[in-house]
Write a protein that binds this ligand. Sequence first.
Ligand code: GLY
Ligand code: MN
Ligand code: MN
Length: 522
Amino acid sequence: MTDTTPVDETAPDTTPSTEDRGSNRSQRPVSEAFKSFITSQWGERPDLGVEPGEAVPFTAERRAKLSARFPGARLVVPAGPLKVRSNDTDYRFRPHSAFAHLTGLGTDHEPDAVLVLHPVADGEGDPDGSGNGTHHHAVLYVRPLAARDTEEFYADSRYGEFWVGARPSLDDVTTLTGIEARHVDELRDALAKDVGADGVRVLVVTGSDEGIEALVEAIREEAGVAQEAEAAADEQLVEATSELRLVKDALELEHLREAVARTIEGFEQVVPALPKAVAHRRGERVIETTFDAHARLEGNTVGYETIAAAGEHATTLHWITNDGVVRSGELVLLDAGVEVDSLYTADITRTLPVDGEFTDVQRRIYTAVLDAADAAFAVAKPGTKFRDIHAAAMEVIAARLEEWGLLPDGVTAEVALSPEGQQHRRWMVHGTSHHLGLDVHDCAQARRELYLDGVLEPGMVFTIEPGLYFKADDLAVPEEYRGIGVRIEDDVLVTADGNENLSAALPRRPEDVEAWMARLRG
Ligand code: GLY
Ligand code: MN
Ligand code: MN
C-alpha cells in the first residue's frame, strides 16, 4: 500500500508532533515545476461508452412509489461516505441499500453521492413507469470527475484519479441511471430551497451519512423548523425505503437468482477443498477462502462474513473467526452468500459431513432440522403470516426434542411451544426466517405489522433456516449430541400459489448431500 499524504521533501527535517505523524512518511513533491508537469500533456479522455443501465425503468418505478408516500416533502437518500479502516486507509465502498435500490448503482458507486427527490406540483414530476408524472423530480448529486489540471487529480488519495481511478462524468451518471446528475457542491443550496415551517419539509434517510444528516439538521435549524417532528418523519422515510423492498420486482428477482446461482457454485468449490481443510491447521480458513475467492471472482464480494464452522464451532451461530481445525468425522456448517455486482445477495447454509457421510446421530439431528424446514416450506404461501413460518418449524423442533427426551421433566412439546414455555429454544435461539435482498437481513426497518406480523405476498423473498445447536458443554443433552450444530438455510420466493425454493439446486436431503459430495470429490 502506498502512503498518501504530501510533504515537501525540501522542508527541514524536524521531528513531527503526534498529530503530524500521518504525514510522516510521504515523499510527494510540492514544487511548482512538478505541479505544472504532472497536470499537463495528457491525452483525450476515452469515451467510456456508458449505456443506460438495465435498472433504469425499475428504479423509476421504485422512486415513484416512494414519491406517492411523501408528496410535498424533499427526500434525501445518501449513498454514504467512505469509512476509515485505519488511519488513511478506507474500507472498500458499498453504497447504502436504499440508495442502491433507488438508483440502480451497485459495486462501489458512489461515495458521498446523494439522491434527492425534489417535490414538484402533483403529477408534474418524473414519469412513474406508466407514463404518468410523479410528485417529485429526482436529482443525483455526485462528485464528478476532476480535470487533470487539478490537484485532486494526482494528490487526493481518497478521490483522485491517480489513486482510485477515474469517476464517471455527470453525463455518464445520467446515462447510466436515467437520473439528472449535478455537482455535489450544489447540494446545500438545493436542499435548503424553500425549506421552512410553512414551506418545504426536508427528510433524510438516516443511518447512512452523518454529514448529510447534520447538513439537513442545520438547514432545518436555519429555517426555524422544529427538529423533533422532522426526526419522526425521517424515521417514516427510513421505514418506507425498507418496506419498498418487501416485495421484489422482476429485476430484483433476476439478481437474487444470479446471487443464488453464484453461491451454489461457491459451495461446489468447497467440497473438493475439504481434504485440504482437514490437513491445514486452520482448516476453516481453507473453506472460507475457497468460498470467498469465488464470491470475489464471480460476484462483487460476499454478502456477509462467511461462517465456516467445523465441529463444536457450528454451535456458535455467527462464527466468523474461522480459525479452527476441520476434523474427519465431524460436521462443517457453511453459511455463505455471494453478493453480485448489483449488491443483491444469497444467504445459504449447508451442514456437511467432512468425510462425505453422516454418522447416525448426525443424520438424526440433521433430519429433524430438515423436517422443520420442510414444515416451514409447507406453509410459506400467500396469506400466511410471516411469523407462522417460524411457528411451523418450531412445532417440528419441539416434537423431536420431546421424542429424544431432551425437554425438561414434565415438559411436553405442547408446553414448550406455549409462550410461557419455550424450553426448546435453548437449542435454537434464532428465528427461522428473514427477508433477503440487497441486505442479507433485508427490510429490517419495515414496521412490525408489515414484517413479523405481516402477511406473505407473491414476490417476497426470505430465508428458511432452522437449526439445532448442542454445545460441547451442554449437560442437558446426552453426550452423543454434544458438539453438534446443524443449520439448513434456503432462499425462498413466494409465488402466486405457494413458493419456489430458489436454492433447491443445492442438495438438502442427507442422502442427496452424500451423493453430491461423492460426485464432487470424484
Ligand atoms: N448468515 C446470517 C444469517 O443466516 O442470517
Ligand atoms: Mn439467514
Ligand atoms: Mn445465513
